[in-house]
Write a new protein. Structure first.
Length: 102
């Protein structure tokens, strides 16, 4: 039995050290959490204090309607596009028919 006492003493010592370490680490964790929470609240308060009210821009005015081109001007523009090769013969004929139908 004399041998058990040193083993028990070591076990009790280990338990005390482990319990103390757990208590200390828990306290440190709580203090850090509190500190982070206070910093977050302070930042949110500061942001709220200095935030400028957001003003919406007025809606853009509607674009002015382009003056209607005469049939002659439209046909001239269409012919220029056809001459430049932008429009094919079929597209040119279809657009020309639309203009003349008005």
């Amino acid at each position: 039995m004399l041998r058990r006492r040193p083993i028990m003493r070591a076990a009790v010592g280990t338990a005390v050290v482990a319990g103390t370490a757990t208590a200390v680490s828990g306290r440190v964790r709580r203090r850090q959490n509190n500190r982070y929470q206070e910093q977050a609240e302070a930042a949110a308060y500061e942001q709220q204090q200095y935030a400028q009210p957001v003003m919406e821009a007025p809606p853009a005015p509607a674009p002015a309607a382009a003056p209607a081109m005469s049939n002659v001007e439209q046909l001239t523009e269409l012919a220029n596009l056809h001459a430049e090769g932008v429009l094919t013969d079929a597209e040119f004929a279809a657009e020309k028919a639309k203009i003349l139908a008005n």
